[in-house]
Design a protein around this ligand. Structure first.
Ligand code: ATP
Length: 319
């Protein structure tokens, strides 16, 4: 394989640039031409494709977002859209494609592979919701952004003796909420993977108040429901002054953590190796600190599992 392409698709995540850099440098290291496809599958269909040089990867490892931009495309979900995409790739002589994104983006990569066009997926999403990898690129940075925000909220929560409900991202996965809640000593963590008993949350708040606690933090994953509504219910049930903070898109930005830069560099380079070895339809990942690869179709059939032992631990520690 002499010419490969790389694109970012779906929601962006910090560390995607480090993965792009690894693909460019590893590809060129192996005497390949590397092409950047701008604006995800939308840009692929439009032929928004440019050759990337060594210098294209300069000064990006520390930047959030993605220099290739990202997009969502309904048209690409159709067979005609996918055929147009393959025509464009053939026009540029690109023989294999690396897709950095989440499970939706991997659906697209699987479709192209099924049509005979080799694709490799690199998991990039802050949600950490992709089976077959312990971590996705961007999760660690988003986690640290949340921790930083909660630390700040905790200061003012203590000053005013308030209860705070903090809504964090994660789509249908509770990983960000669970890790942030554990790291920040939250009183309660609400995740979609677990039944959340309102009475238990209320009783825990009242118990804390009775022993003189100055503040309480509840971390709520967006997949559970609306933070504003939940905050109101808590205030009504406890009589405690309750405020709600929805952290929102701040969680998707910022410079990637050291962990995410290293993870992205390893996964991006591994994806290039797979294409060089003639593999197709695979997703790269990390499990027990070992680089792995799995069939994308198999990954898409599985459901992401959260670590419920960690959830139990958080309950024990917030007794
Ligand atoms: P994240 O979860 O982080 O937002 P994602 O990759 O899951 O990332 P999606 O918006 O679901 O984000 O998917 C990105 C793009 O992938 C879509 O806009 C579409 O072009 C393509 N895609 C999604 N699902 C399919 C599918 N079933 N078939 C073909 N292409 C798809």
């Amino acid at each position: 394989m002499k010419k490969i392409g790389v694109l970012t698709s779906g929601g962006d995540s910090p560390g995607m640039n480090a993965a792009i850099r690894a693909v460019i440098r590893k590809g060129i290291f192996h005497d390949m031409e590397v092409y950047g496809i701008y604006n995800g599958y939308q840009g692929l269909m439009a032929g928004n494709i440019k050759r990337l040089e060594l210098g294209s990867a300069g000064d990006i490892i520390q930047r959030g977002g993605t220099i290739l931009f990202s997009a969502r495309s309904e048209e690409f979900k159709t067979e005609e859209g996918q055929n147009v995409a393959i025509e464009q790739l053939n026009k540029f002589g690109i023989e294999g494609l690396i897709v950095i994104g989440g499970d939706g983006s991997f659906q697209g990569a699987a479709k192209l592979t099924a049509k005979g066009y080799p694709c490799i997926g690199v998991p990039g999403t802050i949600d950490n919701d992709i089976p077959g990898t312990d971590y996705t690129i961007g999760f660690d940075t988003a986690l640290n952004t949340i921790i930083d925000a909660i630390d700040k909220i905790r200061d003012t929560a203590t000053s005013h003796e308030r209860t705070y409900v903090i809504e964090v991202m994660g789509r249908n996965a509770g990983d960000l909420a669970l890790w942030a809640g554990l790291a920040d000593g939250a009183e309660s963590i609400l995740i979609p993977e677990n039944e959340n008993d309102f009475e238990i949350v209320v009783n825990r708040l009242k118990r804390g108040q009775a022993r003189g606690k100055k503040h309480s933090i509840i971390v709520l994953a967006e997949g559970v429901g609306n933070g504003m509504d939940y905050g109101k219910q808590i205030q009504d049930a406890t009589g405690m002054e309750t405020r709600v903070t929805v952290l929102g898109h701040i969680q998707r930005g910022g410079k990637p953590s050291g962990f995410d830069r290293v993870l992205a560099s390893r996964l991006g380079a591994k994806a290039v190796e797979l294409l060089l070895n003639g593999e197709a339809g695979k997703m790269v990942g990390i499990q027990n600190n070992q680089l792995v690869s799995h069939d994308i179709i198999e990954v898409l059939k599985q459901k992401h599992e959260i670590d419920l032992d960690m959830y139990r631990l958080s309950n024990e520690l917030s007794i």
